[in-house]
Write a protein that binds this ligand. Structure first.
Ligand SMILES: Cc1cc2nc3c(=O)[nH]c(=O)nc-3n(C[C@H](O)[C@H](O)[C@H](O)COP(=O)(O)OP(=O)(O)OC[C@H]3O[C@@H](n4cnc5c(N)ncnc54)[C@H](O)[C@@H]3O)c2cc1C
Length: 482
């Protein structure tokens, strides 16, 4: 009897129990719905750093979700193993009729879901997948010729044209919450050590995981959203939402966020909605062009001959390039697992176009370190900065690290926060500390080359080398840009 009535909702990057497409449909069509989360060893075993802030963020969010579901008379079934096997085994054990989950657009996840669907099918169990993490996905937005959009501006216009209240309406999970079932046996509450990890500095960073953390940050941002357009480019200012980790793990519903921004309709909210559209755009690129995971979107750039100096790569990673704003960005990343968007663009451009290091190495470092790491956004951002992407920065446009510093951190407030060696510099010399005289260095309390590195490269010279490297494979483009 139970076979027809019951279902399993498999939560992945949707760690919430409200406005979830999969959970709503499972509850609507089944009288008895179990919920499960798998600490997937196929993902976790590949993480080199055992003090990974993401894992702690996920664990805390999962525990909060478990507690919230318990209040509703249910709870999460918590598993540790290969998700593709664990879910099939659990579904059979529970004798459910179907498994429900929200779609994932990463090639490895699509392959995993295909394997799970096949395993379930052998037992006569269906797998139902739902769009949830994007407003528009897969083939919902295509050009007139039926091809996926490869320029953001066109994608954004089509996105806004198609948008109707229907797409932002929340799934009223609460309407059917009485169908939530209590797990047959209590799962042991996992601790980080049990899944092979150690605690991080997440709590000291005041990063608040879970639905409650998301709500707190979202409400805080809503008080500031109207200033987003003016303030978003300045890392020292609280101008952006800092919600990326919550979008990444689904502790905040993107429908709810987009809907509020759409309804507000002021300049700041519109600019923020445009940021959420970038998110959908990169999901779409990854879904339609999965080769971007390991290769340039524009295949001709595969031939780029990056010298890849290991000592320069190490200096970049450690935030010791001698360019203060670049170093501040990298140190923010290392210390907090977050980096401001302006600095992601700057540090990525610097790695590829000033240090001539393959964008894939930088992409991997971000992937290992960012709490909000998302394959689609990270790959899209890196390919944009490296000019290898679909709608990328032209290869002959390079960020000047000093000009960027003067423009976006004019008083050096952000630099001072993350590069304390330069805290004594005045607002002018902090952007180019190597230009200080010995006397000025003494008054600022820093000796360049001893306390803080001299620039490891000459931006003007490296710019020329970049143009040579890129034009070597794009002679026509070079002629056009001259
Ligand atoms: C080299 C590089 C790597 C990046 N890697 C990631 C990543 O791994 N994960 C990630 O979520 N974002 C990534 N981004 C995009 C962007 O930098 C972050 O989303 C943003 O800084 C997160 O801060 P926020 O939540 O305060 O953003 P806000 O400015 O408040 O934006 C709101 C939300 O919109 C989305 N968003 C904003 N800009 C972008 C964008 N350009 N592409 C895709 N989504 C966007 C994010 O979900 C973000 O939380 C990357 C950008 C670059 C240039």
């Amino acid at each position: 009897m139970r076979a027809q009535k019951s279902a399993l909702c498999w939560l992945r990057r949707d760690l919430r129990c409200y406005d979830s497409a999969a959970l709503f449909h499972a509850l609507k069509y089944h009288e008895c719905v179990f919920c499960a989360f798998v600490f997937d060893t196929e993902i976790l075993d590949r993480l080199e750093n055992r003090e990974d802030r993401r894992v702690e963020f996920i664990l805390k969010s999962v525990l909060e979700l478990h507690a919230e579901l318990e209040k509703l008379g249910s709870g999460l079934i918590l598993l540790h193993g290969a998700a593709r096997e664990e879910i099939v085994r659990l579904a059979r054990e529970l004798q459910v009729a179907a498994v429900y989950a929200n779609e994932d657009y990463e090639p490895a996840a699509i392959e995993r879901d295909r394997a799970v669907a096949e395993g379930l099918r052998e037992s006569g169990i269906a797998l139902h997948l739902f769009k949830d993490q994007a407003i528009f996905a897969r083939d919902e937005l295509l050009s007139q010729s039926g091809a996926p959009f490869t320029t953001y501006t066109h994608y954004k216009s089509a996105w806004l044209r198609k948008l109707e209240p229907f797409y932002l309406r929340p799934y009223p999970v609460q309407k059917y919450q009485a169908h939530l079932a209590r797990p047959p046996s209590a799962s042991p509450v996992p601790i980080l050590e049990a899944i092979g990890f150690r605690p991080t500095n997440l709590a000291q960073l005041r990063v608040f995981p879970g639905m409650a953390g998301a709500r707190r940050s979202f409400l805080d941002f809503l008080r500031r959203i109207r200033f987003y357009r003016e303030k978003r480019d300045f890392p020292a200012v609280k101008g952006v939402s800092y919600l990326s980790a919550h979008f990444r793990f689904g502790t905040l519903s993107v429908r709810e966020a987009a809907s509020l921004a759409y309804d507000l309709g002021n300049r700041g909210a519109d600019a923020w909605l445009a940021a959420l559209i970038w998110r959908d755009f990169f999901f779409s690129i990854l879904y339609h062009f999965p080769h971007v995971v390991a290769h340039p979107f524009r295949r001709e750039y595969e031939a780029l001959a990056f010298p890849n100096r290991p000592d320069w790569f190490a200096a970049w990673r450690a935030g010791r390039t001698g360019f203060p704003l670049v170093d501040a960005g990298m140190r923010q990343l290392n210390a907090t697992g977050y980096m401001h968007h302006r600095l992601r663009m700057l540090t990525a451009s610097f790695l590829v176009k000033d240090l001539h290091i393959d964008w894939r190495l930088g992409e991997k470092h971000f992937a290992d370190t960012l709490i909000d790491y998302d394959l689609a956004a990270n790959n899209g951002g890196w390919q944009w900065a490296a000019s290898t992407g679909c709608d990328a920065q032209p290869y002959f446009r390079l960020f000047n690290p000093v000009t960027q510093s003067k423009k976006y951190d004019p008083e050096g407030r952000f630099i001072r926060r993350y590069v304390p060696e330069l805290a004594g510099c005045d607002g002018k010399s902090i952007h180019e500390p190597w230009k200080m005289s010995v006397f000025e260095q003494t008054s600022a309390g820093v000796v360049i080359g001893r306390d803080y590195p001299a620039p490891i490269v000459d931006h003007a010279a490296e710019r020329q080398l970049t143009l040579t490297l890129y034009t070597a494979i794009r002679p026509t483009a070079a002629a056009n840009s001259a």
